[in-house]
Design a protein around this ligand. Structure first.
Ligand code: ATP
Ligand code: MG
Length: 560
């Protein structure tokens, strides 16, 4: 997969900053990183961050590290690590060297903490978590200093080593930085950088019973990896002074800088691993990679392509202002990319039988048709026709409105890539439902216009005898509300977002497709003409029992 600079959001502020840094010699090379916590699968918001971080590395010939920020052992797992690696690769990006883990730096992080204690800049505190919170003050009031703040260096070193050695109960002591309890920035009020937690870590096992906190870990990990531009979402803006403080107060030469952009919020879905996990755990969806999920693996299974997701990321841009995006923007990008990359075939989702009365019984005629009207290089397939064919009932009406171009009793229409037919008769069941049409074909219209009249309409069809029954999954939006996680009840409390799940988000039907449908590998994209883009299911599709997921319809059905 080749990518060009134009494939990424242009002229955003981070890009400009990097350009200036390179021009002014602040950096010779740039290094970014993508730092997920392995506590769930990546979602569309992460896709934005991946395109930004890996994209900048591509644009400026720099490097981007993949680093797992694994400092919360209880919530993290190997399964998530593997899924995240796979997602990043699938998005089309290569990380620099080996995958990295914050846990690889546990010893270094510990050593820097010891250094801070030696310098009188960190102390062991015996306050409980609740007390730490009480002492912290508020935006209006300064905090109170911990009574343990003035312990001697020796005592702090001794206690910290004993914390590490497992002599104290979980939660009974913390290591805190000594910064400023009166700071206007709450993050600088002697933040906790280590806590005692006897938890099994997915990589370090039971080696450690103390774990470093995010802000401390993140700053030092960036510095260790010589990251130049550390890009994160806006909620970390107030943490930047702490990030800088940590780097300025340890003996490390590297000087990474943090820049913040606004996180993507996508309407009619949710972008939080914790909430997505809830959907999985409570069984509202069939796993993290359910095609209704906004996870990268779910979108992949739905048939979104890496190219489509990258186009989306480019379109939504990078800035500090709100990034609330309608689903139609995502679908538009996916659709636009598939338009020229997916071959086409015909399929009928909801069949109505037509008998071609003047077509020879038992005969099959085949004709080749191109897979794509604008891409002859996609090749051609054989399209069989026989006496009985299927069409969508929407192509027929007894009472045609003005300008109707499809089929009606006594009217003519062209079968796509085939003959012009005329409806001679309808067959109804005893309730008056039309169950079959009897039509005649004009034998002279295979590659020619009909004699002496114009037939404008073209309809899609498949030959009954040659049609492949395929399981089709039709997806609708997962939620009935644009922002399901911020809806408040009468008392002003947040309502549970699962109240707003769309009960009709998945419908499974049997459809009938061209013979080619029984020859496809999993994860093959096709346009079913007029119906939308579909993909063979990554896991459940087999050649003899095809399963297609609807990726996106051909037109935007979202905006009302
Ligand atoms: P979540 O709340 O879903 O767990 P997170 O920010 O805690 O999200 P991380 O695994 O820490 O998830 O995120 C890795 C990177 O992806 C971070 O740099 C983060 O800023 C970025 N990121 C996460 N969510 C979004 C989003 N919605 N839009 C853009 N970037 C995001
Ligand atoms: Mg998180």
């Amino acid at each position: 997969m080749t990518m060009n600079n134009e494939d990424f959001a242009d002229n955003h502020f981070v890009r400009t900053i990097i350009e200036d840094d390179l021009k002014n010699g602040v950096h010779k090379n740039i290094a970014t990183r993508f730092p997920p916590e392995p506590n769930g699968y990546l979602h569309v918001g992460h896709a934005k961050s991946i395109c930004l971080n890996f994209g900048l590395a591509k644009i400026f010939n720099g490097t981007c590290n993949l680093r797992f920020d694994d400092t919360n052992p209880e919530k993290e797992s190997e399964e998530y690590v593997r899924a995240i690696e796979e997602d990043v690769h699938w998005m089309g990006f290569e990380w620099n060297g080996n995958v990295r883990f914050a846990s690889d730096y546990f010893q270094q992080l510990f050593d820097y903490a010891v250094e801070l204690i030696h310098a009188g800049k960190a102390f062991v505190c015996d306050l409980t978590a609740d007390q730490v919170r009480d002492y912290r003050g508020s935006l209006k009031e300064p905090g109170k200093e911990s009574p343990y703040r003035n312990r001697s260096v020796e005592e702090n070193l001794d206690l910290f080593n004993r914390m590490k050695a497992g002599e104290f109960e979980d939660g009974s002591k913390t290591l805190r930085l000594k910064i400023d309890m009166a700071s206007g920035n709450l993050n600088l009020r002697d933040p906790v950088i280590y806590r005692i937690r006897r938890a099994h870590h997915h990589r370090t096992g039971d080696t450690w019973c103390i774990y470093p906190m995010y802000d401390y870990t993140h700053a030092i990990s960036d510095a260790i990896e010589n990251i130049t531009h550390s890009i994160c979402t806006l909620e970390f803006e107030d943490h930047r002074p702490l990030y800088d403080w940590v780097i300025d107060n340890i003996s490390i030469a590297s000087r990474p800088h943090q820049y913040e952009f606004s996180r993507l919020e996508l309407l009619y879905t949710i972008t939080s691993k914790r909430k997505l996990n809830q959907l999985v755990q409570q069984g509202h969806v069939h796993g993290w990679d359910d095609p209704r999920m906004p996870t990268i693996s779910g979108m992949r299974r739905r048939g979104y392509t890496p190219e489509g997701l990258r186009l989306f990321a480019k379109r939504i841009g990078v800035s500090k202002s709100e990034n609330i995006i309608d689903m139609s923007v995502l679908e538009g990008a996916v659709r636009e990319e598939l338009e020229n990359s997916a071959p086409r075939m015909m399929a009928v989702l909801n069949p109505l039988k037509i008998t071609l009365i003047n077509f020879e019984e038992g005969k099959t005629q085949a004709r080749t048709a191109p897979f794509h009207p604008n891409h002859p290089e996609f090749g051609e397939r054989e399209l069989p026709i026989a006496k009985e064919i299927l069409i969508d009932p929407e192509y027929f009406t007894l009472k045609p409105p003005k300008g109707w171009k499809r089929l009606t009793l006594g009217g003519e229409v062209r079968l796509r890539h085939s003959y012009v037919i005329k409806c001679e008769e309808i067959v109804e069941d005893r309730y008056g439902n039309i169950i079959e049409l009897k039509c005649s074909i004009d034998h002279d219209t295979l590659s020619a216009n009909p004699e002496g009249r114009k037939v404008k309409g073209v309809i899609h069809w498949v030959a009954l005898e040659h049609a492949v029954p395929v399981q089709v999954r039709l997806y609708e939006r997962l939620f009935t509300e644009p922002r399901p996680d911020v809806i408040r009840g009468e008392e002003g409390e947040y309502r549970d977002f699962t109240e707003f799940l769309n009960p009709e988000s998945l419908r499974e039907i049997t459809a009938y497709a061209e013979p080619i449908a029984s020859t496809l590998e999993a994860e093959t994209h096709y346009q079913f003409e007029r119906l939308g883009y579909f993909v063979t299911d990554r896991y459940e599709h087999q050649k003899n029992t095809p399963v297609f997921n609807r990726t996106v319809s051909l037109r935007d059905t979202w905006s009302k």
